[in-house]
Design a protein around this ligand. Sequence first.
Ligand code: NAD
Ligand code: IPM
Ligand code: MN
Length: 365
Amino acid sequence: ARSYNITLLPGDGIGPEVVAVAKDVLSLAVALEGVELRFQEKLMGGSALDATGVPLPDETLAAARDSDAVLLGAIGGYKWDNNEKHLKPETGLLQLRAGLRVFANLRPAAVLPQLVDASTLKKEVAEGVDIMVVRELTGGIYFGKPRGFGTNDNGDETGFNTEVYSASEIDRIARVAFEVARKRRGKLCSVDKANVLEASMLWRRRVTALASEFPDIELSHMYVDNAAMQLVRNPKQFDTIVTNNIFGDILSDEASMITGSIGMLPSASVGESGPGLFEPIHGSAPDIAGQDKANPLATILSAAMLLRYGLGEENAAKRIESAVTETLNQGFRTGDIYSPGTTLVGCKRMGEEVLKTVESQKAMA
Ligand code: NAD
Ligand code: IPM
Ligand code: MN
């Protein structure tokens, strides 16, 4: 039987709640395909800070590197918000992404027919939206140097960061995006701020040059401010979007709301080689942590992406995705996607319902 090592990084806040649920779903789905997963759980983020003094212990990174795929919940919380930068949970997450060299972050935002009512947009605007945001994940202003705190000539305190991209960093993420668009509807929109930023000017030049290798893809360019507006004006115009680290962070949160909730959106981060990192796009949601209110579907769907993109286990991935659809068809909703006439459930119960549905597929098969 095929067998894989999975590192689980539950993290903070709702992270442990949603990862526990996703682990059970993942285990059952692969078991039905005769695949074996061996899990090891490691500390990450605030919980790692409290236990070891650093947000990404060497042991955690080593375990992640040695595994076949990594599933992360979320990190961060009020308790650590005022920590110095190197002692922030978020810094640990950036170190993990850099350490695994997962430069390509795929964030699909598709409006499921069952959740059209959960979207804050009008039905006719939200219906049928199916976007893939390809976010560059290990470069740009998140990592650029110089960065830090200082003092300007007036003696005024400053904080500064650098948006920097090399041609090769742009080329490799653009290639991923062109390939992704090719498997979708053949449309790629590159989002930048090339009217102002040098890093974006280079970005646009390199993406344009690469287009000749992908003559079947319809490439367009858009400034990020317009893209933010177009996403809520007419999101159906988008198929695949490729953009830098920070614009992708912001636009994917915006895109999530078209689908009804940030609690629905999974992601896959992959590099040239080595294990991929799979995580919901949401954070640790400290406002609802520990209350069994979190929507676990983003993490469950991230587990499906782990199977597809991380392990090549397409059948098990499909089992999970169709179980999620079926559970929504049955009317189960966490608070974030609730609408009148549906059944309000907590995080655990939602997980149990998805598990039951995966089970019933087994009976069907
Ligand atoms: P957030 O995504 O944690 O929460 C934003 C809002 O969405 C909150 O009202 C929250 O309750 C809700 N929400 C998020 N996920 C949900 C889910 N699964 N089900 C139901 N509701 C959900 O963003 P934030 O409040 O800006 O950040 C909180 C902390 O999380 C911060 O420390 C931040 O740095 C961190 N963060 C971590 C990640 C990550 O681990 N990848 C991502 C984003 C934010
Ligand atoms: C995300 C988060 C992270 C990011 C933070 C927590 C570092 O917002 O995964 O979207 O900005 O990438
Ligand atoms: Mn984000």
